[in-house]
Design a protein around this ligand. Sequence first.
Ligand code: ADP
Length: 219
Amino acid sequence: MKTQQFVVIGLGRFGSSLALQLVDMGCEVLGIDRNEDVVDSMSELLTHTVVADATDEDSLRSLGIRNFDCGIVAIGDDIQVSILTTILLKELGVKKVVAKAISVLHGRALEKLGVDRVIYPERDMGIRVAHQLVTPNLLDYLELSKEYSIVELNVPACLNGKTLSELNARTRFGCSIVALHTANGILIAPTAMDRLKADDIMVIIGSNDNIARFEDEVV
Ligand code: ADP
Protein backbone atom coordinates (compact mmCIF):
# COMPACT_ATOMS: atom_id res chain seq x y z
CA MET A 1 0.00 0.00 0.00
CA LYS A 2 1.24 3.50 -0.81
CA THR A 3 2.54 5.43 2.19
CA GLN A 4 -0.09 7.96 3.20
CA GLN A 5 1.01 11.58 3.21
CA PHE A 6 -0.39 14.09 5.68
CA VAL A 7 0.19 17.78 6.18
CA VAL A 8 -0.45 18.99 9.72
CA ILE A 9 -0.87 22.74 10.04
CA GLY A 10 -0.32 24.09 13.54
CA LEU A 11 1.99 22.05 15.76
CA GLY A 12 0.41 22.97 19.10
CA ARG A 13 -0.53 20.30 21.66
CA PHE A 14 -3.10 18.60 19.43
CA GLY A 15 -1.28 19.02 16.10
CA SER A 16 2.08 17.79 17.39
CA SER A 17 0.58 14.76 19.12
CA LEU A 18 -1.40 13.84 16.00
CA ALA A 19 1.63 14.33 13.74
CA LEU A 20 3.87 12.17 15.95
CA GLN A 21 1.29 9.39 16.07
CA LEU A 22 0.93 9.44 12.27
CA VAL A 23 4.72 9.10 11.90
CA ASP A 24 4.64 6.24 14.42
CA MET A 25 2.04 4.55 12.23
CA GLY A 26 4.33 4.73 9.19
CA CYS A 27 2.83 7.79 7.48
CA GLU A 28 4.77 10.68 5.97
CA VAL A 29 4.03 13.94 7.72
CA LEU A 30 4.81 17.51 6.79
CA GLY A 31 4.39 19.73 9.84
CA ILE A 32 3.86 23.46 9.38
CA ASP A 33 3.90 26.14 12.05
CA ARG A 34 4.68 29.83 12.02
CA ASN A 35 6.60 29.57 15.27
CA GLU A 36 10.24 28.73 14.57
CA ASP A 37 10.90 27.27 18.03
CA VAL A 38 7.96 24.91 17.67
CA VAL A 39 9.16 23.77 14.25
CA ASP A 40 12.72 23.28 15.56
CA SER A 41 11.48 21.07 18.37
CA MET A 42 9.65 18.82 15.87
CA SER A 43 12.11 18.84 12.98
CA GLU A 44 13.88 15.60 13.94
CA LEU A 45 10.65 13.79 14.67
CA LEU A 46 8.51 14.43 11.57
CA THR A 47 9.27 13.58 7.94
CA HIS A 48 9.44 17.28 6.96
CA THR A 49 8.85 20.50 8.86
CA VAL A 50 8.51 24.04 7.59
CA VAL A 51 8.18 27.45 9.22
CA ALA A 52 5.36 29.15 7.34
CA ASP A 53 2.25 31.22 7.83
CA ALA A 54 -0.67 28.98 6.98
CA THR A 55 -2.69 31.92 5.70
CA ASP A 56 -0.08 32.71 3.06
CA GLU A 57 -1.44 31.16 -0.11
CA ASP A 58 1.84 31.34 -2.02
CA SER A 59 3.72 29.48 0.72
CA LEU A 60 1.15 26.70 0.78
CA ARG A 61 1.15 26.46 -2.99
CA SER A 62 4.95 26.30 -3.18
CA LEU A 63 4.94 23.46 -0.62
CA GLY A 64 2.81 21.37 -2.98
CA ILE A 65 0.04 21.06 -0.41
CA ARG A 66 -2.47 19.84 -2.96
CA ASN A 67 -0.54 16.60 -3.47
CA PHE A 68 -1.06 15.42 0.11
CA ASP A 69 -3.71 12.78 0.87
CA CYS A 70 -5.02 14.70 3.83
CA GLY A 71 -4.58 18.15 5.35
CA ILE A 72 -5.25 18.69 9.04
CA VAL A 73 -5.89 22.20 10.31
CA ALA A 74 -4.85 21.85 13.94
CA ILE A 75 -5.06 25.54 14.79
CA GLY A 76 -7.87 26.07 17.26
CA ASP A 77 -7.40 29.13 19.39
CA ASP A 78 -7.24 31.57 16.50
CA ILE A 79 -10.55 30.91 14.75
CA GLN A 80 -9.86 33.41 11.99
CA VAL A 81 -6.61 31.67 11.06
CA SER A 82 -8.28 28.27 11.29
CA ILE A 83 -11.00 29.35 8.86
CA LEU A 84 -8.67 31.11 6.41
CA THR A 85 -6.34 28.11 6.35
CA THR A 86 -9.25 25.74 5.78
CA ILE A 87 -10.47 27.85 2.86
CA LEU A 88 -6.99 27.78 1.32
CA LEU A 89 -6.67 24.00 1.67
CA LYS A 90 -10.05 23.53 0.00
CA GLU A 91 -9.21 26.01 -2.78
CA LEU A 92 -5.82 24.42 -3.38
CA GLY A 93 -7.60 21.10 -3.89
CA VAL A 94 -6.38 19.03 -0.91
CA LYS A 95 -8.28 15.72 -1.26
CA LYS A 96 -9.36 15.41 2.35
CA VAL A 97 -9.47 18.21 4.90
CA VAL A 98 -9.85 17.64 8.63
CA ALA A 99 -10.06 20.57 11.03
CA LYS A 100 -10.02 21.02 14.77
CA ALA A 101 -12.79 23.13 16.33
CA ILE A 102 -12.82 24.68 19.77
CA SER A 103 -16.55 25.39 19.90
CA VAL A 104 -19.77 24.24 18.27
CA LEU A 105 -20.03 27.47 16.30
CA HIS A 106 -16.46 27.13 15.07
CA GLY A 107 -17.28 23.54 14.04
CA ARG A 108 -20.38 24.65 12.18
CA ALA A 109 -18.39 27.25 10.24
CA LEU A 110 -15.84 24.59 9.29
CA GLU A 111 -18.61 22.24 8.15
CA LYS A 112 -20.05 25.01 5.96
CA LEU A 113 -16.64 25.29 4.30
CA GLY A 114 -16.97 21.63 3.32
CA VAL A 115 -14.34 20.00 5.55
CA ASP A 116 -14.52 16.22 5.55
CA ARG A 117 -14.31 15.94 9.32
CA VAL A 118 -14.46 18.32 12.25
CA ILE A 119 -12.67 17.22 15.41
CA TYR A 120 -13.43 18.54 18.89
CA PRO A 121 -10.45 17.18 20.88
CA GLU A 122 -11.34 18.65 24.26
CA ARG A 123 -15.03 17.78 24.06
CA ASP A 124 -14.35 14.23 22.82
CA MET A 125 -11.69 13.59 25.44
CA GLY A 126 -14.04 14.91 28.15
CA ILE A 127 -16.75 12.48 27.04
CA ARG A 128 -14.28 9.61 26.87
CA VAL A 129 -12.80 10.25 30.31
CA ALA A 130 -16.29 10.64 31.84
CA HIS A 131 -17.25 7.20 30.51
CA GLN A 132 -14.04 5.70 31.89
CA LEU A 133 -14.59 7.26 35.30
CA VAL A 134 -18.18 6.09 35.61
CA THR A 135 -17.42 2.53 34.44
CA PRO A 136 -14.17 1.39 36.03
CA ASN A 137 -13.85 -1.64 33.71
CA LEU A 138 -14.19 0.51 30.62
CA LEU A 139 -10.91 0.78 28.74
CA ASP A 140 -11.99 2.62 25.65
CA TYR A 141 -15.06 4.05 24.04
CA LEU A 142 -15.80 4.99 20.46
CA GLU A 143 -19.00 6.77 19.46
CA LEU A 144 -20.24 5.46 16.09
CA SER A 145 -23.24 7.78 16.00
CA LYS A 146 -25.37 9.58 18.56
CA GLU A 147 -27.07 6.27 19.35
CA TYR A 148 -24.43 3.55 18.85
CA SER A 149 -20.96 2.94 20.26
CA ILE A 150 -18.18 0.42 20.52
CA VAL A 151 -16.64 -0.11 23.96
CA GLU A 152 -13.75 -2.13 25.29
CA LEU A 153 -14.39 -3.65 28.72
CA ASN A 154 -12.25 -5.78 30.98
CA VAL A 155 -13.79 -9.19 31.55
CA PRO A 156 -14.75 -9.14 35.26
CA ALA A 157 -13.84 -12.07 37.52
CA CYS A 158 -17.51 -13.13 37.73
CA LEU A 159 -17.47 -14.03 34.01
CA ASN A 160 -14.25 -16.04 34.16
CA GLY A 161 -14.69 -19.37 32.33
CA LYS A 162 -18.14 -18.54 30.94
CA THR A 163 -18.79 -19.09 27.23
CA LEU A 164 -20.29 -16.31 25.14
CA SER A 165 -23.34 -18.50 24.79
CA GLU A 166 -23.72 -18.59 28.60
CA LEU A 167 -23.30 -14.84 28.80
CA ASN A 168 -25.93 -14.51 26.07
CA ALA A 169 -25.28 -10.79 25.60
CA ARG A 170 -27.21 -10.49 22.35
CA THR A 171 -30.48 -11.80 23.74
CA ARG A 172 -30.16 -10.31 27.22
CA PHE A 173 -28.86 -6.86 26.30
CA GLY A 174 -28.98 -6.52 22.50
CA CYS A 175 -25.18 -6.09 22.39
CA SER A 176 -22.71 -8.10 20.32
CA ILE A 177 -19.21 -9.07 21.40
CA VAL A 178 -17.28 -8.56 18.18
CA ALA A 179 -13.76 -9.31 19.40
CA LEU A 180 -11.78 -10.55 22.39
CA HIS A 181 -8.26 -9.44 23.27
CA THR A 182 -6.62 -12.43 24.94
CA ALA A 183 -3.09 -13.20 26.07
CA ASN A 184 -2.68 -15.07 22.75
CA GLY A 185 -3.76 -12.17 20.58
CA ILE A 186 -6.99 -10.76 19.26
CA LEU A 187 -9.90 -13.04 18.37
CA ILE A 188 -12.20 -11.43 15.83
CA ALA A 189 -15.85 -12.53 15.67
CA PRO A 190 -15.68 -15.03 18.56
CA THR A 191 -18.16 -17.91 18.47
CA ALA A 192 -20.76 -18.87 21.06
CA MET A 193 -18.41 -21.53 22.42
CA ASP A 194 -15.44 -19.21 23.01
CA ARG A 195 -14.72 -18.69 26.70
CA LEU A 196 -14.16 -15.46 28.59
CA LYS A 197 -11.18 -15.15 30.88
CA ALA A 198 -10.87 -12.60 33.67
CA ASP A 199 -8.85 -9.59 32.52
CA ASP A 200 -9.20 -10.41 28.82
CA ILE A 201 -10.83 -7.53 26.98
CA MET A 202 -14.25 -7.69 25.30
CA VAL A 203 -15.02 -5.39 22.39
CA ILE A 204 -18.76 -4.75 22.39
CA ILE A 205 -20.99 -2.99 19.88
CA GLY A 206 -24.52 -1.85 20.59
CA SER A 207 -26.83 1.05 21.25
CA ASN A 208 -25.71 3.29 24.10
CA ASP A 209 -28.74 2.25 26.18
CA ASN A 210 -28.03 -1.44 25.71
CA ILE A 211 -24.33 -1.04 26.44
CA ALA A 212 -25.21 0.87 29.62
CA ARG A 213 -27.51 -2.01 30.72
CA PHE A 214 -24.74 -4.50 29.97
CA GLU A 215 -22.27 -2.44 32.03
CA ASP A 216 -24.73 -2.10 34.92
CA GLU A 217 -25.73 -5.73 35.14
CA VAL A 218 -22.62 -7.60 34.06
CA VAL A 219 -19.45 -5.62 34.64
P1 ADP B 1 -3.43 23.52 20.85
O1 ADP B 1 -4.55 23.92 21.77
O2 ADP B 1 -3.61 22.15 20.24
O3 ADP B 1 -2.07 23.69 21.46
P2 ADP B 1 -3.29 26.04 19.47
O4 ADP B 1 -4.37 26.60 18.62
O5 ADP B 1 -3.04 26.69 20.79
O6 ADP B 1 -3.57 24.49 19.59
O7 ADP B 1 -1.89 26.04 18.70
C1 ADP B 1 -1.82 26.05 17.35
C2 ADP B 1 -0.44 26.14 16.75
O8 ADP B 1 -0.66 26.76 15.50
C3 ADP B 1 0.61 26.98 17.48
O9 ADP B 1 1.83 26.24 17.55
C4 ADP B 1 0.78 28.22 16.59
O10 ADP B 1 2.13 28.68 16.51
C5 ADP B 1 0.34 27.71 15.24
N1 ADP B 1 -0.24 28.77 14.40
C6 ADP B 1 -1.11 29.73 14.76
N2 ADP B 1 -1.36 30.53 13.72
C7 ADP B 1 -0.64 30.07 12.67
C8 ADP B 1 -0.48 30.47 11.31
N3 ADP B 1 -1.11 31.54 10.79
N4 ADP B 1 0.34 29.73 10.53
C9 ADP B 1 1.01 28.67 11.02
N5 ADP B 1 0.89 28.25 12.28
C10 ADP B 1 0.08 28.93 13.10
